[in-house]
Design a binder for this molecule. Structure first.
Ligand code: MG
Length: 247
C-alpha cells in the first residue's frame, strides 16, 4: 500500500468497493470477467465483521452484481449510483431516460466497425472499444453527438469505454446516501476503485476523513494506491484475517 496514512480497515469502518478493475480484472468483454476464487466468501466475512457496512458501488446494474456475487445480496449502488439498494434492502432508482434511439444508432455503428461493443443498460449506455482501440476518436465523436440530443445525461470516459449516464447519478452521491443510513452512518468510510467514475467516491470518503484507494495506474485524487485487483484482494484478505480490529 502506497500512501501516508493509516489504512487499516477496522471494525468501525465502512467498506465501499467498485467491481470491474477493482474486485475483478477487466475482461475483453464485460460478460467475460471472472471472480477470483474465494472472493464471495471474503466479502461475506467482511460484511459480517463490519456489521453489514459493506457495499459494492459499480457502473453495472445491481442485478448483474448479484449474479456474480450469488448467494450474496450486498448493499449495492449500480449504474454509477442511478440505482441503489440500502442495507435494509430498499431499492431506489432514478427514472431511466429513454435511450432507445441512441442505442439503435450505436448498434448500427457497431455493426460496421468490428470490435465496437454496445452495452445497453437501464437509463444508460456504454460504448466499449477495447477490442477496437483505433476507434477511440470515432467513439468519442459519436457519443458526443448522442449527448447533444440526450438532456440530463453526461459522458464518462473510462478504460476503453465511453458511457452515457444520468447527470444526477454519481458514485460519490451513492456513498453519501449510504453514509446517511445505518449501519454505515458514523463509520469511517473506505472506497477502492480503479477508474474515472470512482473519483467522485474518493472525494466523498476523503472529505469524511476516510480512505480512498486507487487500484492500478493513472492520475487520481485517492491518497492510496494498490497496483492490481490481486493486491487489493490480498489486502482485504489480510484485513479479514488479522488487522480487522478496533482502532
Ligand atoms: Mg472499475
Amino acid at each position: 500500500m502506497r500512501g501516508n496514512e493509516s489504512t487499516r480497515l477496522n471494525e468501525n469502518g465502512a467498506l465501499f468497493v467498485d467491481f470491474d478493475g477493482t474486485l475483478v480484472e477487466i475482461a475483453p468483454r464485460p460478460d467475460a470477467v471472472v471472480l477470483p476464487a474465494g472472493m464471495v466468501q471474503l466479502l461475506a466475512t467482511l460484511h459480517t465483521r463490519l456489521g453489514g457496512a459493506l457495499a459494492v458501488v459499480s457502473g453495472r446494474p445491481i442485478a448483474q452484481l448479484d449474479a456474480f456475487l450469488a448467494p450474496l445480496s450486498l448493499p449495492a449502488a449500480g449504474l454509477h449510483g442511478a440505482e441503489r439498494r440500502s442495507a435494509s434492502g430498499v431499492v431506489t432508482r432514478l427514472t431511466p431516460a429513454d435511450l432507445t434511439q441512441v442505442v439503435a444508432d450505436l448498434q448500427a455503428l457497431a455493426a460496421v466497425h468490428a470490435g465496437l461493443l454496445v452495452e445497453p443498460k437501464p437509463g444508460a449506455v456504454a460504448l466499449h472499444y477495447r477490442l477496437a482501440p483505433d476507434c477511440e476518436l470515432l467513439a468519442q465523436q459519436v457519443m458526443q453527438a448522442a449527448l447533444q440530443r440526450s438532456p440530463g445525461m453526461v459522458l464518462m470516459h473510462g478504460k476503453m469505454v465511453i458511457e452515457m449516464k444520468p447527470a444526477a447519478a454519481s458514485k460519490g452521491r451513492a456513498i453519501e446516501a449510504f453514509m446517511a443510513e445505518p449501519p454505515f452512518a458514523g463509520r469511517r468510510p473506505l472506497f477502492a476503485g480503479d477508474d474515472t467514475t470512482d473519483e467522485s467516491g474518493f472525494a466523498v470518503v476523503q472529505a469524511a476523513g476516510g480512505i480512498g484507494i486507487k487500484v492500478g495506474p493513472g492520475p487520481t485524487q485517492a491518497r492510496h494506491r494498490l497496483d492490481t485487483p490481486t493486491r487489493l484482494h490480498a489486502w482485504l484478505q489480510a484485513c479479514a484475517d488479522q488487522t480487522l480490529e478496533p482502532s
